[in-house]
Design a binder for this molecule. Structure first.
Ligand code: DQA
Length: 156
C-alpha cells in the first residue's frame, strides 16, 4: 500500500494548547487519528511526523522524493508552520526532490498578519489547503488521492 507522508513543522507539537482561538483544541495526536481514518478510507498508509528542525524536515522531503520515485509514496502533505514564510531551503528541497506536495495550514494565513501572506512553498506545491482548521488534514488527504490517481492515469 502506498504511503501519504504528512509532515508538520515547528510548534505544531503544541497543538491543543497553542493559541486555541486560532488553531483549535485538537492535539497533534488527535489530528494523526483523523489522518489515519482518512488515509484508510482512500486506500493509503499513513506516515505522520513532526519536527521543530528545518534540516530534519529537509531530510524528510528528500526521503519522500526518493520514495515517490520508486512508487512507495503518493505524495507529501506539508504544514511547515512558520518555515513556510521564511525557508528558501525548504522551497529548494521540494523542487530538488521533485516530490508531489500539498501545502497545508490550519488557519487562514491570508486573514492574518502580513508576514504570513508570503509562502516559499506555494510555488513548488501542486495545491494549497488553508483555513479549514484541523479538518484541512483529511481534506488534503482526499485532494492528494485525486492528484495521485490523476498522475497514475497519465502514466498508463
Ligand atoms: C500555520 C500558519 C503559520 O503561519 C504558523 O507559523 C504556524 C501554523 C497553520 O497551520 O495555520 O505555525 O502553518
Amino acid at each position: 500500500m502506498k504511503k501519504i507522508l504528512i509532515l508538520n513543522g515547528p510548534n505544531l507539537n503544541l497543538l491543543g494548547r497553542r493559541e486555541p482561538g486560532v488553531y483549535g483544541s485538537q492535539t497533534l495526536d488527535d489530528v494523526k487519528q483523523l489522518c489515519a481514518v482518512a488515509c484508510a478510507a482512500h486506500g493509503y498508509a499513513l506516515d505522520f511526523r513532526q519536527s521543530n528542525h528545518e534540516g530534519v524536515l529537509i531530510d524528510w522531503i528528500h526521503e519522500a522524493g526518493a520514495a515517490q520515485a520508486v512508487g512507495d509514496v503518493a505524495g507529501v502533505i506539508f504544514n511547515a508552520g512558520a518555515y513556510t514564510h521564511t525557508s528558501i531551503a525548504l522551497h529548494d528541497a521540494v523542487k530538488g526532490a521533485a516530490v508531489r506536495l500539498i501545502e497545508l495550514h490550519i488557519s487562514n494565513v491570508h486573514a492574518r498578519e502580513e508576514f504570513r501572506q508570503h509562502s516559499y512553498l506555494s510555488p513548488v506545491a501542486q495545491g494549497v489547503m488553508f483555513g479549514f482548521g484541523t479538518h484541512g488534514y483529511p481534506l488534503a488527504i482526499a485532494a492528494m488521492a485525486v492528484l495521485h490517481e490523476q498522475a497514475e492515469a497519465t502514466i498508463k
